[in-house]
Design a protein around this ligand. Structure first.
Ligand SMILES: [Zn+2]
Length: 569
């Protein structure tokens, strides 16, 4: 595993040297939630050289200043405003978010295929014929008719513009006739390995291209239309900083995208802290040749694997058949899809332990979660690494399960036992609760998004949004975690309310636990002496306001390493 300490000292001294001339700032008259259990509340914070020099009451800070011989400083009156640590989204997709920010048509709000067609028709009326229209975010599972769309409706409404619309999960896309014509798709177009060109009963392409077949259309979309990786990352960074996120875990990047991050950091343009998970297929090679990367703003020491699909599309791998599709086309019990053999996940985990990186595995169904826990357990058997130099104990493997949506009772305990982090998304719960019971029945549904049960068993629980699948706004996540209600406050009392969290627990999962899940907990995640000054100023006290007012919380200012990187206008 990475050993942040010695390296951090080097990076820090270099960074501090750049800032050494700046005056320390004393933020006073503030309402501070530190997330430091030993000193949870404060009214003042002294920041110098990008670091937190003191947190406490006016008197405590003055004592500190005397002790440290600080006479010259800038006084910043916060006028009672709330300050929290910089928020961390532990599972998002920066390039996908940036693409939407750059003008890729966002159809996430569509509640029917007709809605999607109308959005595209509207866009087409504003751009010249022949121009590509690229969009993303349709989700047939959120429509009344949940069947996959057929291009005919779209092609009729938008005949003169080639159209390509990615599904919300990015695992399929819909093309119209004009796009398929450009790509030369006809009856003889074969499905590539690892992908499928869906066809209707007439053997005609339906317009839906799955996984590796997406490239058939994608190869014809002009470059720059969806933005380069760099443009997308910079746009997503701007959106995240404005939402109060000072750290993100980018859940699946290619080696080429890591190079973009490295270049941005070298040029001083990476303001947000990025912990990037390398695609599982690339990871063994990447970590064998590069080793872990741990620079000031960029951490690369984890791999992203997939155990199953998603519950909405019945790809989640279950212990028992789906309640609403108990058999497959051949009449065999239908339990979803095993996307990666558990043996391959175990192999990746062994390689990771040997080469000191983390494994983060997507697992949604209860069977997938059990298989991943089993695979991790087998890999961890007999693992007893030496304590790194300069540390009192080994930081641990910190293997993660991404999503962990449906858990069998008996597996909940195993997260803490094995030291596996549950990396979950509260807004997935409030989006999915409409149909979870239909998929798996109410009994199994009670083990879905089991945040409180995981905490009760002392598991590490970290939160994110899976943006752009859900909004990147972390206050929506905090609201979902404490209410288990949608934005209309439904259902009354919350869905399976015994799994609700306190605001304190929810904020921990978006701050210090997000830091822990990235091996960053000694640097950030709470406001305490010696940590980096990543913090956010809010327009309201999200810890005491009416829960209904949490989603509307506005970020007034965002600071990273003591520097203001966002200010509301
Ligand atoms: Zn994701």
């Amino acid at each position: 595993m990475p050993k942040p300490n010695p390296l951090l000292a080097t990076v820090l001294s270099a960074a501090i040297a750049l800032l050494a001339h700046a005056q320390p700032q004393y933020y006073h008259n503030a309402n501070i939630y530190t997330m430091d259990p030993e000193n949870p509340r404060a009214t003042g914070m002294l920041v110098g050289d990008g670091m937190i020099w003191a947190v406490g009451s006016e008197d405590e800070i003055k004592d500190q200043m005397r002790e440290q011989g600080i006479r010259v400083f800038e006084r910043v009156d916060m006028r009672g405003r709330t300050i929290i640590p910089g928020l961390i989204d532990a599972h998002g997709h920066m390039i996908g978010l940036g693409a939407i920010g750059l003008g890729v048509l966002d159809v996430r709000a569509a509640r029917s295929y007709e809605d999607v067609v109308n959005l595209v028709r509207d866009r087409a009326s504003h751009v010249p014929a022949g121009t590509w229209i690229v969009g993303r975010g349709w989700d047939n599972e959120s429509w009344a008719d949940t069947r996959l769309p057929h291009h005919a409706e779209l092609s009729e409404a938008v005949p003169d513009h080639p159209v390509w619309l990615s599904r919300v999960d990015g695992h399929a896309g819909l093309a119209n006739a004009a796009a398929m014509k450009i790509a030369g798709v006809d009856l003889s177009t074969p499905s590539p390995a690892g992908g499928e060109v869906l066809r209707d009963s007439q053997r005609q392409a339906t317009g839906v291209f799955v996984d590796n077949a997406e490239g058939i259309i994608g190869a014809h979309i002009p470059d720059g239309l969806t933005g380069t990786a760099e443009e997308c990352i910079l746009k997503a960074q701007e959106m995240c900083l404005a939402a109060g996120l000072t750290g993100v875990h980018d859940a699946g990047v290619s080696p080429a995208e890591i190079e973009v991050y490295q270049r941005l950091e070298a040029e001083g343009r990476l303001q947000i802290r990025v912990y990037a998970m390398v695609h599982g297929a690339d990871a063994p090679q990447f970590f064998t040749t590069h080793g872990p990367i741990d620079s000031f703003k960029l951490s690369v020491y984890s791999a992203k694997a997939y155990a199953d699909g998603a519950m909405g599309s019945r790809g989640a791998w279950l212990l028992e058949p789906y309640a609403d599709r108990s058999t497959d086309a051949e009449g065999n019990p239908y339990v979803g899809l095993a996307v990666t053999e558990p043996g391959a996940i175990e192999q990746l985990a062994r390689h990771a332990l040997e080469h000191e990186y983390q494994v983060c595995t997507h697992a949604i169904g209860d069977r997938a979660n059990r298989e991943v826990l089993d695979a991790y357990a087998r890999a961890l058997e007999g693992w007893d690494p030496p304590v790194p130099e300069g540390r009192e104990e080994h930081p641990g493997h910190r293997f993660r399960i991404e999503h962990a949506q449906l858990l069998s009772r008996q597996d909940i305990r195993r997260f803490a036992e094995l030291g596996v982090i549950a990396s979950m998304q509260p807004t997935h719960c409030t989006s999915d609760m409409r149909w979870v019971d239909a998929r798996v029945g109410a009994t199994r549904g009670a083990g879905a998004y089991a945040w409180a049960s995981l905490l009760k068993e002392n598991a590490h629980l970290t939160f994110g949004s899976d943006f752009p699948v859900e909004s990147h706004n972390p206050f929506l996540g905090i609201y979902a975690a404490v209410t288990r209600q949608n934005l209309d406050a439904q259902p009354e009392g919350g869905w399976n309310p015994e799994q609700r969290l306190t605001r304190e627990e929810a904020l921990r999962a978006f701050t210090i636990e997000g830091a822990y899940a990235a091996f960053w907990e000694e640097r950030i995640g709470s406001l305490e002496f010696g940590k980096l000054a990543d913090f956010v100023v809010l327009d309201r006290d999200i810890m005491t306001c009416d829960p209904a007012d949490i989603p509307g919380a506005r970020v007034l200012e965002t600071y990273s390493f003591g520097e203001r990187v966002y200010q509301a206008r």
